[in-house]
Write a protein that binds this ligand. Structure first.
Ligand SMILES: [Fe+2]
Length: 265
């Protein structure tokens, strides 16, 4: 049996004047959407609904932008649990959409697991977490405690994914695990634009995520899909194919943006 998917991330729907024509872009029955669909949960859900109208199955992971409050200001709403609940309730109305944070997707011996990943200010070696956190307060327009909440979510997401990697390694019916995160899974995948400070890089991902592979004893993790840094690319490290396919913000987004059609198994 084979399994193929269309992969999207960082659609940033409310920022683009030209809406994507998902029916024209569709190559496979399953769409994976790795976060930053829009900058508030309601707009995100409306866009997911459009994708779900075209695809048989949509697998969704939230990004950091889903936790913002839209225009004006695009500030974070630091009530993260309430936002996740809003997303969960909205997705529950769409029977062909799976919120990967709540349940994995399994088909034909392939398990697709996913979580936002967030960031823990520990991704950059040699940069103190406290320094990264202090600087991030400015970028995030946040109090110290608010900015620190991202670390809690990074920890929570890491342990949830770790448990799934352990379970699917034990499960003999599973031969392939696909991991989907919004944030960048390891520092050596960072694509650093000139002038980007180390503190800025520290909010690109979680220092914990790469440890997930220590628990992949059967080497079942073959593919890791992610977004967040808006740098399309593909890289293989230690037998895992890492791939990102963001639409990004208007201005530099590819006018001919399309999902990556991927044969997973
Ligand atoms: Fe994004």
């Amino acid at each position: 049996m084979s399994l193929s998917v269309d992969f999207y991330s960082d659609l940033h729907a409310e920022q683009h004047a030209d809406a994507l024509d998902y029916a024209a872009l569709k190559k496979n029955d399953i769409a994976i959407v790795a976060g930053d669909v829009a900058s508030d949960p309601a707009t995100c859900l409306a866009e997911i609904k459009k994708i779900a109208a075209v695809y048989k199955t949509v697998l969704f992971v939230d990004g950091n932008h889903e936790f913002r409050t839209g225009a004006p200001g695009f500030k974070y709403d630091f009530n993260f649990r309430a936002t996740e609940e809003t997303l969960r309730k909205g997705i529950a109305q769409m029977p062909n959409v799976v919120y990967l944070r709540d349940k994995p997707f399994v088909q034909d011996g392939v398990a697709i697991i996913g979580r936002n990943g967030h960031w823990d200010y520990r991704m950059i070696k040699g940069l103190s977490r406290w320094r990264a956190l202090r600087k991030a307060r400015g970028y995030l327009k946040a109090s110290f405690n608010q900015a620190a909440q991202f670390s809690k979510m990074a920890r929570r997401d890491y342990y949830a994914l770790r448990d799934q990697v352990i379970d699917f390694n034990k499960d003999k019916s599973i031969h392939t695990i696909v991991v989907v995160t919004h944030t960048v899974p390891r520092a050596d995948l960072l694509v650093v634009k000139p002038g980007t400070s180390r503190e800025r890089q520290a909010i690109m991902g979680s220092g914990k995520l790469r440890r997930l592979l220590k628990y992949d004893t059967g080497k079942k993790v073959k593919l890791w899909l992610f977004g967040h840094q808006h740098a399309p690319g593909t890289k293989t490290i230690d037998g895992v194919l890492y791939h990102e396919n963001p639409r990004g913000h208007p201005g530099y987004a590819d006018k001919n943006y399309k999902p990556t059609a991927l044969k997973v198994a």
